[in-house]
Ligand binder design. Structure first.
Ligand code: FES
Length: 159
């Protein structure tokens, strides 16, 4: 055997090992891509209907504050967050859910029944019963949530 033949055999073995490793890498690597990258690119539109309770809890014409929890997924991290919303009805049949987060800088607004307005304590933002801006710096009305009623039970969309 010449030196060239040994080198060729050595190179052949190196190439064969590299090929086997590449096949193993592709075999394990490609199926792992969705597992590794999936949570990071997953859209957060898989919202669910969260039960709030009976419609009987809401006095006609008076916004009632409900609290509920939603799960927020950021990449691989799932966090639970408590959300509050005012539910209002003017006839006992149609219901509206409004966020209690001020649209200026995110402080919590409060319903003051005597004045029939929501007030934001941070910069004196004022909203009417429908959530429209009446005074102060908030740039737009209070945000609304999707809401449905089934068998006199309220469900809010979150997730
Ligand atoms: S945060 Fe509500 S008025 Fe500024």
């Amino acid at each position: 055997m010449t030196k060239d033949t040994k080198v060729d055999r050595r190179n052949f073995l190196k190439g064969a090992i590299a090929s086997v490793m590449a096949v193993i890498g592709v075999g394990f690597g490609i199926p792992a891509i969705p597992y590794v990258v999936g949570p990071a690119i997953k859209k957060s539109d898989d919202q669910t209907w969260i039960p709030l309770g009976s419609t009987a809890k809401i006095e006609i014409g008076q916004p009632t504050l409900f609290k509920f929890k939603i799960k927020i997924q950021t990449g691989w991290i799932v966090d639970e967050q408590e959300i509050s919303a005012y539910i209002i009805t003017n006839d006992g049949r149609e219901f509206v859910a409004m966020s209690n987060v001020c649209t200026h800088l995110g402080c919590r607004v409060r319903w003051i029944a005597e004045q029939e307005k929501y007030f934001c304590p941070c910069h004196n933002g004022v909203f009417d019963k429908e959530g429209n801006v009446e005074a102060g710096p908030p740039p737009h009305p209070l945000n609304r949530y999707e809401l449905k009623v089934e068998n006199d039970q309220l469900f809010i969309k979150g997730g």
